[in-house]
Design a protein around this ligand. Structure first.
Ligand SMILES: Cc1cc2nc3c(=O)[nH]c(=O)nc-3n(C[C@H](O)[C@H](O)[C@H](O)COP(=O)(O)O)c2cc1C
Ligand code: PXP
Length: 239
């Protein structure tokens, strides 16, 4: 029996769905097929000599924007509920200053969790360039002024949608959302659509930011930035 035949029975049905661990030949094939961001070691100096992580993050996001098929600014945000159980979902990064801002409904599950416990984590994974960025930090609710400015840039349809959606709460029937959208369209007909008080942004202030780039045979490169009283310190981590 070859090594690859020696698999537990329960895995059999998933073989067609879940790729096997790559062989040296697979790495060689991929390196040819996907020159710029292959799994080989030639992505160059991906970390640079930045003294803080946000400049490096911007470089990586710019590269991701060139290569991702959509939403290079998509990130998972993980929070914890009242029982301390973790919860994750995707959001879109919308502002980048000294923190990472996304917009949402404050009364949603994530909105309530982050207001109760601001400790959270963000995760970017860009498949096209085979890179990951992990951020741990604390979320703060942004100012009304910032939220108003972003809300005003959204299409009218999305602004009406924000009023109509009671995000994360159960919907009582199949047509209820359409009905609520129609109701708010009628309410705001001929008027500007204001930002609902509960539609706001969270800015995640990073405490650690880790940059990860894929390498062959899982010998990846990792660089961790950690905020200290004297600025950022960095270290390389084993893969
Ligand atoms: C790519 C992507 C981007 C998303 N962006 C947002 C976002 O910026 N804000 C938001 O409230 N929900 C966004 N969602 C929906 C959330 O993942 C989630 O379903 C919703 O916010 C409810 O989450 P909660 O019940 O944990 O609060 C996005 C979903 C995907 C797949
Ligand atoms: C429910 C919800 N709110 C907000 C956003 C943020 O993006 P935008 O302002 O571009 O709609 C998204 C993006 O998918 C979303 O799904």
């Amino acid at each position: 029996m070859s090594e690859s035949d020696d698999k537990p029975e329960a895995e059999a049905g998933t073989e067609a769905l879940i790729p096997d661990t790559p062989t040296a030949e697979d790495y060689a094939k991929e390196a040819k097929a996907q020159e710029a961001f292959s799994v080989d070691a030639d992505q160059g100096d991906v970390f640079g000599d930045h003294e803080e992580p946000l400049a490096l993050f911007k470089e990586w996001l710019a590269l991701a924007k060139e290569h991702e098929i959509n939403d290079p600014n998509a990130m998972a945000v993980s929070s914890v509920d009242a029982e301390g159980k973790p919860d994750s979902r995707m959001v879109l990064l919308k502002e980048l200053d000294h923190g990472f801002t996304f917009y949402t409904n404050l009364a949603s599950a994530k909105g309530e969790q982050l207001q109760r416990n601001p400790n959270c984590a963000l995760l970017f994974h860009w498949k096209s360039i085979r890179r990951q960025v992990r951020i741990r930090g604390r979320a703060e609710v942004i100012s009304d002024e910032l939220a108003d400015a972003y809300f005003a840039r959204r299409d009218r349809g999305a602004r009406i949608g924000a009023w109509a959606s009671q995000q994360s709460r159960p919907m009582s029937g199949p047509d209820i959302l359409e009905t609520r959208v129609a109701d708010y369209e009628a309410l705001f007909e001929g008027k500007d659509v204001p930002r609902p008080d509960w539609w706001k942004g969270f800015r995640v202030i990073p405490e650690t930011v880790e940059f990860w780039v894929n390498r062959p045979f899982r010998l990846h490169d990792r660089k961790l930035f950690r905020q200290t009283d004297d600025g950022w310190e960095t270290e390389q981590l084993y893969p």
